[in-house]
Design a protein around this ligand. Structure first.
Ligand SMILES: CC(C)(COP(=O)(O)OP(=O)(O)OC[C@H]1O[C@@H](n2cnc3c(N)ncnc32)[C@H](O)[C@@H]1OP(=O)(O)O)[C@@H](O)C(=O)NCCC(=O)NCCS
Length: 188
């Protein structure tokens, strides 16, 4: 399969306009098994809208098979660090990190709440307290620009498996400030 390069894959992006303009009403909490159904619905709906239209039928079926309530429940059961974002008790975001592999597995925000900082908030919460080091993600085509804003960079050409296409990216922590560099920055 011929896949375009990451640089040429980024899309023009503008958030869908909604009445709520920021993330001030958002609560973030760890997901529980009782959330599996709602997470599956959110993530599946977003995948059908933003990701699988680019895929073959095989790719769509493969991706969605990893997003069933059972598949989500299994992730939670296996101890994935998984958070949900809620507004007035309604699930509007979901994010999962495989801590041992330092791999961002899911990051999804409801279409009418995108562009309000919820994705960035989920990322910040997900990585709070995590030991410093690289974090990887296999980005969808639509999310490349978002990950770049978070500081991720392309780590290779897009790959395809069972019809699922992804853009590998990596996030590196900012270099630690040396005492000398800190001195140079001080006001004295
Ligand atoms: C990608 C996604 C999680 C981003 O969530 P979000 O809540 O809309 O993102 P935020 O509002 O926190 O945006 C953070 C920054 O990225 C920018 N941004 C968000 N989406 C972007 C995009 N698609 N392209 C370029 N920039 C984007 C925002 O302008 C913002 O910039 P700034 O704060 O540096 O000024 C969300 O759009 C989504 O769920 N998309 C569909 C599903 C998907 O593809 N998920 C990724 C699976 S790997």
């Amino acid at each position: 399969m011929c896949l375009s390069l990451v640089e040429s894959a980024t899309l023009d992006w503008a958030p869908i306009v909604s009445e709520t303009s920021d993330a001030s009403d958002i609560t973030i909490r760890p997901a529980t098994p009782a959330d599996a159904e709602a997470i599956s619905r959110l993530v599946g709906d977003l995948s059908r809208r933003f990701i699988t239209p680019d895929y073959s039928a095989l790719g769509a079926a493969t991706l969605l098979s990893h997003q069933t309530p059972e598949a989500i429940a299994k992730c939670l059961d296996e101890g994935m660090h998984y958070l949900v974002a809620e507004a007035d008790g309604v699930l509007v975001g979901a994010a999962g990190l495989i801590r041992e592999r330092r791999h961002l597995y899911h990051l999804f925000v409801a279409a009418d709440r995108q562009g309000q900082g919820i994705g960035r908030l989920l990322w910040a919460e997900l990585t709070t307290g995590l030991e410093s080091g690289q974090i990887t993600v296999n980005s969808s085509r639509v999310a490349i620009g978002f990950y770049e804003r978070l500081g991720f960079r392309s780590s290779g050409p897009p790959w395809e498996k069972d019809g699922v296409v992804a853009w590998p990216m990596v996030w590196n922590p900012p270099p630690a400030q040396t005492p000398a560099a800190a001195e140079n920055l001080s006001c004295s």
